[in-house]
Design a protein around this ligand. Sequence first.
Ligand code: PFF
Length: 464
Amino acid sequence: MALSSESRHGMWSSRWLFVLAAAGSAVGLGNIWKFPYIAGENGGGAFVLVYLGCVALVGLPIMLAEVVIGREGRRSPINTMRVLTQQHHRHPAWVIVGWLGVAAGFLILSYYAVIAGWALFYILRMASGAMTGVTANVANQAFNDFLASPGQMLLWHTLFMMFTVYIIGRGVIKGLETAIRWFMPLLFVLLIVLVGYGVNSSGFERGLEFMFRLKWESVTGETLLIAMGQAFFTLSLGMGAIMAYGAYVPSTASITQSVIVIAVLDTLVAVAAGLAIFPIVFANGLEPAQGPGLMFVTIPFAFGQLPMGAIFGTIFFLLVSFAAITSAISISEPVLAYLVEQYNAKRKRVAISVGVLAWILGVGTVFSFNVWADVHIVGQLTFFDFVDYVSQNIMLPIGGLLIALFAAYGLPKTVIAAQLNARGKAWWIGWRIVVGCIAPLAVLAVFVATVVEFDTLMAWLNLQ
Ligand code: PFF
């Protein structure tokens, strides 16, 4: 079957640009503020192995499925699903995959821009030397003061969103590709510089041991849940972002090879982030924290104590900001492409509308840290916790599950064979087993376990 060769939104200039773009989507806040810590806390090297297993058995197959579907449809995920279900006489309800992705995209973009805004602010804070030599209490207070100020947070949230809108509004080639051509190499260079700094600090050995010693005793059933959730989020799966990028992949590019390179790059960056962060944390005799505490208190404080810390601290937050922007642009692509197709609208206008809507939703996240800190949507969850929970733990797994099922059972063998350039018989059996059974069953199991756990949690909270 011949592959459709063009997307109306433009095409990546080469296979490598697709690889870089998808790696840009994958490498984000998830790699820097989540992976190193959860690896250290949940079994070190043992967690890394479990995580690699999740990437190989679930992440890679679903990413393959997304790119295959995207390149076959050559449209936004919603219209790709619509066209493919019509062409292959499948139930129109499959289009829900595209809608779920758009909804998840709005939710994720809204809070992603808020947190990325903090990173932008910290570039300035580090560069100004404000963190040089301060005590741990001062570093903590400085972050709390920032969180307590909705005005400040809104300012940086707005700046990050404007930056994102500017890039996505310029289109696939002029906007996305240009940003990726600059930011990805810079990101790699900055990361190498920081790892070099970490390797030379006195905490390197403890950092290595924290992240890599095989601590099988801390691996439990929950570890699997955490590893799978992380694999999903960090590879940007389940919401059509990779499907949208897949629509712009040249017909001659090998999907399988590209997907493997993307997953390897993403994992390398996550590991390297740990090698950059933990040595300086341990060099200061600190204990690693997670999430905001690690990134905006421990790290600024640790850099502030070290020689040339202001410079390297600035580099760190530049790195985080680059990683976040290349992810944010991919989160917006499914909805952007859809609105352009549906209303024949100008990309710039659509970008502004999407940005404004996500910005408004993001205000809820900004307020979750100050004026609405005591407002709980369910249980103890603030607006931000809720949006984060629903998008990451509910929408992404359901999206991923449906995508795998559609790729395995919704599309004819000939279509998949042409997309994967596969010959013979064995590959089809493998495809059905991995994409059609292992990946969906694993996602389903993790999803049910997470939701059941959530229920138990809620029941417990109500009893308190
Ligand atoms: N992969 C990104 C990260 O690790 O931070 C997050 C993300 C980007 C999720 C794009 C989903 C997405 F579509």
